[in-house]
Ligand binder design. Structure first.
Ligand code: GLC
Length: 425
């Protein structure tokens, strides 16, 4: 059984391979996506290390001069996706979006480096990526935390990778959609509209893109000018973990300055994350930086901080909170609390389980020694695959496969989970 799943996972990844980058899935997402690519590289590394490094190199070849790494690289024209380069108009030779995505590269590159069979190759490729990843982390602190709070803001729901989370309902409702240009969505031609964001949400998404475009995608002004600015605990935790891991890597590669600065970013982030903790809910909450208020939404964004090196009391509280969620659904970890009124088990980030997030959360909990809950998350993840294939996401109660099929990063996470099962404890 395990062997068959492993083979299928490899096939899914190969099928979505376009040579130097992978698409998340054919049809629905025909370009290179930032965090999909980086997490997919972890999958490639199990059967083709050079190809794994190339995946990340290709992404970083499109890094902006200011350090930002875009969320989509439009390598080839394809009108099956909206919004395309004509909407972003970022003026790049190979068009890219002007938004970014969760910075998992520091984490993934350390992991690939540590596990590499080809040590020389790993050292060469990691050495070349190190300053680029660091420049991205510096960009976050410079451009997305100009007031020096220790936490970075996201300026668009798409940046978090949790596009239509309940977290954004309040902040997005305050963004005027006046002047939004007419558009035709493509996503609902590829996937069931009941599994996708609503039309009103899409209008907000596109209006924000237009606003940033009108500001010339100038990252020195976007943060303060944006009508949407949220400090997301999950996003910040991913950045913190990547800074920590990049610091580790920089030490190994003899780059003490990068090491020191990365560690200081991580330490500041961990301290600042405390301001997002909610004792009442036993998890973290987003903070709307426009109003200054906490966003009362029980999403998985408040659990992802387990990926970073939190104080033990917080780790235990998150493990407990996840175990409690496990009493109301068969498959952990739902992207929104099933007991909350806004929960929708099939609509994208408003309830469904995503394997990539399971992997990140479990990784952090494992480091902190919470093996019981890690075992449950991993076995729930594999049951979903056995039952429903390599879907984009799954209903946490029924295990129904939702969204797109044959997903690259889902397959990559399966290879990771299988390898971890086999690894000596
Ligand atoms: C959706 C997801 C995002 C992902 C992208 C490509 O936009 O919300 O996290 O990167 O699809 O798979």
């Amino acid at each position: 059984m395990r062997d068959a799943i492993r083979q299928q996972a490899e096939q899914v990844i190969r099928r979505n391979d376009r040579g130097s980058y992978t698409v998340p899935t054919h049809g629905l997402y025909p370009f290179q996506w930032n965090w999909d690519s980086v997490l997919s590289a972890l999958g490639f590394a199990h059967f083709d290390e050079p190809r794994a490094w190339t995946e990340i190199d290709t992404l970083f070849a499109h890094q902006w001069e200011d350090g930002m790494v875009p969320h989509i690289i439009f390598h080839e024209p394809n009108d099956g996706y909206f919004p395309g380069p004509d909407v972003y108009r970022t003026g790049r030779a190979v068009p890219t979006s002007g938004l970014t995505q969760p910075p998992v590269a520091g984490f993934a590159v350390r992991r690939m480096f540590e596990r590499a069979r080809d040590r020389d190759l790993a050292e060469r490729r990691a050495r070349a990526l190190l300053p680029r990843i660091h420049a991205w982390h510096e960009w976050f602190h410079r451009c997305r935390d100009p007031q020096g709070t220790g936490l970075v803001a996201i300026l668009h729901p798409w940046e978090t990778g949790r596009d239509n989370s309940v977290d954004w309902d309040g902040p997005l409702s305050r963004v005027s959609t006046e002047g939004v240009e007419p558009f035709t969505r493509r996503d609902i031609q590829h996937a069931n509209p009941a599994h996708r964001p609503t039309q009103a949400q899409y209008e907000g998404y596109i209006r924000l893109v237009q606003t940033f475009r009108e500001l010339g995608w100038d990252n020195t002004i976007l943060h303060d000018a944006s009508p949407f600015r949220v400090a997301d605990p999950g996003f910040n935790a991913i950045l913190i973990r990547s800074c920590e891991d990049l610091g580790w890597l920089a030490d190994r590669l003899g780059e003490p300055q990068i090491a020191e600065q990365s560690r200081s970013f991580a330490a500041r982030g961990i301290a600042a994350l405390e301001t997002l903790w909610s004792e009442a809910h036993g998890q973290y909450l987003c903070r709307d930086r426009v109003t200054g208020e906490a966003v009362e939404s029980l999403s998985i964004g408040g659990l992802i901080p387990a990926f970073a090196a939190l104080p033990e009391a917080r780790m235990s509280a998150l493990a407990h909170r996840i175990a409690t969620l496990g009493q109301s659904c068969d498959h952990l970890v739902p992207s929104h609390d099933p007991a909350a009124p806004e929960y929708d088990g099939r609509r994208y980030w408003r309830g469904p389980v995503w394997l990539i997030v399971n992997y990140l959360i479990a990784d952090g909990l494992r480091r902190a020694g919470h093996d019981g809950i890690v075992g449950r998350i991993m076995s729930d993840s594999l049951r979903l695959i056995e039952k429903s294939g390599f879907a984009e996401y799954y209903d946490p109660v029924t295990a129904e496969p939702c969204g797109g099929v044959d997903f690259t990063w889902t397959a990559a996470m399966v290879l990771e989970i299988l390898a971890q099962e086999e690894a000596p404890a």
